[in-house]
Design a protein around this ligand. Sequence first.
Ligand code: BGC
Length: 759
Amino acid sequence: MNIQSIVEQMTLEEKAALCSGASAWTSTPIERLGVPEMIVSDGPHGVRRVPNVHEMAMESLPATCFPTASCLAATWDVALIRRMGEALAEECIALNVDVVLGPGVNMKRSPLGGRNFEYFSEDPFLTGEMAVGFIEGVQSKGVGTSLKHYAVNNQEYQRFSISAEVDERTLREIYLPAFEAAVKRAQPWTVMCAYNKVNGTFASEHDYLLNQILKEEWGFEGLVVSDWGAVRNRVAALKGGLDWEMPGPQPRRVQEVVDAVRSGELDEAVLDESVRRILGIVAKAAKTPKEGTFDVDAHHKLAAEIAAEGMVLLKNDGLLPLQGHQQIAVIGRAAENAHFQGGGSSHINPTRVAVPFSEVQSRAGDAEVTYAQGYPADDSFRQEMIDEAVTLSQSADVAVLYIALPTFKESEGYDRTDLDLTAQQIALIKAVAAVQPKTVVVLNNGAPVAMSDWIDDVAAVLEGWMMGQAGGVAIADVLFGRVNPCGKLAETFPIKAADAPARLNWPGEAGKVRYGEGIFIGYRYYDAKQMPVLFPFGYGLSYTSFEYSNPQLSAAHFKDVDGVTVTVDVTNTGSVAGKEIVQVYVHDRASVLARPEKELKGFAKVALEPGETKRVSIALDFRAFAFYHPEYKQWITEDGDFDLLIAASAADIRHSVTVSLASTLDLPCLLDKESTIREWLADPRGQAVFGPMYAQMEAGARQMFGSASENGNESAIGMDVMVMFADMPLVSVLMFQQKALPHHPEEIVAGLLEQVRSA
Ligand code: BGC
C-alpha cells in the first residue's frame, strides 16, 4: 500500500470514516482504494474472537486460555511470556485476528482494583519487562498488539469518568514507565487509551499524554485506539492524538469531523496524520496471514507450563510435596469447577479445561481420593457443606482445599470492597484445619486475599492465581513435587485492606481520585512506613534452597551513561532441581527529592540442579539510578553512592554492594528569586556565589542572637535562627537586615542570580 498516494486520493468523508471503526471489531475498509478491513479482538491471555466480528457478541470461538497477568508476572520469565505471545499470535492467525487487544500494563495501585488480575504488577520495571516480552512474542509472527489502558487507569469505580489526579513525578516514575519501555523497545502496533480522565482531561483527548509524550517523546509509530466507548468529543480527541475510535460505526461522529474540517475548527493536517497512522497499521495487518491452524495440545501444555512457573508457594511447614498419603480429601468447588480466569472483556472460551480434582487423582497412585464441595457458588452460608468436608478430612491423612475467590468478589467492571474470602470459605478452612493438621490451601484469585484468620492453622498455602485452562495440571504437579514451585509475587500481599497504600484516597469522590501516596505504591509504600506485610513483593518458596555468594561489580565507580553490572553466584543447596529468581534493588543514599527505600531495577531467573552453582549477571543502566525531577522536567542522576541490594525478595536481601555514580548531566540552575537559603547552599553554583555571604550572615546572627548550642540551648531568643532561616527565601531573610545592607535585598538577590547564571 502506498500510504501517501492513498491519503491524497481520499475524500474528506473517507478520511473521517476511517478514523472510526466499521463495526464492533473491524476498521473501515475503502474498497475503491484497495484499503482492506482490519480485525481486532480481545484478549490478552487468550484470543476472544467472536464468531461475527461485526457484532458485539458475548460468545467467542474456542481458544487457549492462558493464565492471567498476575500469574504471568509471578513467573518473572520474560522468555516464557514471549513464547506465550508467539502461541497467541498463532491462534490469532488461525482465528483470523490481526491485532490482539493487550497487554494491560496498568499499575496495581491498590489490591482492591477489580481488574488487577489482568495487570502484571505493582512495580513499573517488572511490568515493563513482561510487556516487552509479550509484545515481541506476538508481533514476531506478524500479529499486532494493543498496549492498554493508557494511562493512569487503576480502578473500576467510575472508570468511564473519574479524574485520576496525579503529580508529574508520580506519573513519570510509576504510571508511565511500563508503557514507555514497551513503546520504545517493542513498538506495539496500537496503544489503547483509557476511559478515565487524567488531571481533568479525558485520556482520549489528552494532548500531553498522547501527542507530546507517547508520539513525540517516545517515538510511538503506531495508532492510538480508544478503549471501547471512551471517546466523548471526537474532534477534541483527534486534536489530542486519538487516531481511531472504537467501536463503530459512528456516523454522527464522522459527520462532526467532516464539519469541523470544513468550518476550520479542525486542521485537515491533523486528520491526515491520524489517517496515515491508521493506514500504516492496516497495511501491516493486510500482511498478517488470514488462516492457519494451531496445535491445541501443545498450547494446552504451554498454558500448563506457564501456570506452573507462576504458582507461588506461600507457606510450607514441610507437608509439600505430598508423599505416601493413603487417603487424600480434596475439598472445594474449585477442584471440580476450575476457577481459571476473570470476568469481563478478557473472558476466553477455553479449548479444554483441566479438572483439578482429576489431576490429583491421576497422580495419587494407590491413595484414595475423596471430594466434598465445601462451599456453594453463591454467597450463601451452608453449614452442612462444611460438616461434610470436616467428616471427609478427619478420616483422610491430608486435606487439600481448593479455594477460589468468586467472580462476584473480583471482576472487570467493579472493584473489590475487601480482601476477604467468603465467610463460608473462611469457616470451611478453619473447620477443616481444626480436625486435620495436614491441610493445604490452594488459592485461585487474581489479586491478594487476607489470610490472617486462618493461615496459622494450615500447613501449606499455594497461590494458584487465575491459572488458565491448564492450571489444574500445574497445581497437581506442584502438590506432588513433579514441578518444584518457583514463582515469586509480583505484588505485595498486605495483612489487611486498611494497610494498602491508596487507602486514604480510594476510590475517590466528587469525580476525582487523588493519588496522594505519590510514588509510594506497593513495596515502596510498605518500606517507607516500615509496615509488616503478609507476604512481601518478590517472595516465593521452593522445595529446595539457594545460597547467594561472591557478589561483584563491573566497576566501583561508573558514569551514569555507562551503567554498571552486578554479578552473583547462586547455588542450589538442596536436594532437588529448582529455579531461583534473583532480584536487584537500588537504594539511593542521598537525593534532593525523597526516594523510595529501594526500587527493583533488574532480575534474572536461573535453573539449578542440586549442588549446582551459576553466575548470574544483571546490568543496570542510567534509568536504574535516575529519578524524574519535575522542575528540570527530565530524568536526572546525581553524583553519589548507591547500594545495590541483591535479594531473594523485597524482604530478603542477601548482599549489598556499594557503587559510586558520576553524573554526566549538565543541568540548568534552578535558583530563582524565591529560592531558600538551603537551596542556595545545596546548588554547587549557588554555594560558590552565595557561600561567602552566608558565612558573614552566620557570624552576624551569632553575634546578635548567640547560638543555641553555645548557650546551652538558650540563645537570646531561645532558638537557632540560622536553622529557621535555612528554609526561608534568601530575599526574605535579607529584608530583616535591610538597614545594614548596601543595596535593597531584591537587588542583591538579582545580582547573585546574575553571577550564578554566568558562572
Ligand atoms: C475494556 C478493554 C477491552 C475493550 C474491548 C473495554 O471495556 O476496558 O480492555 O479491550 O472493552 O472489549
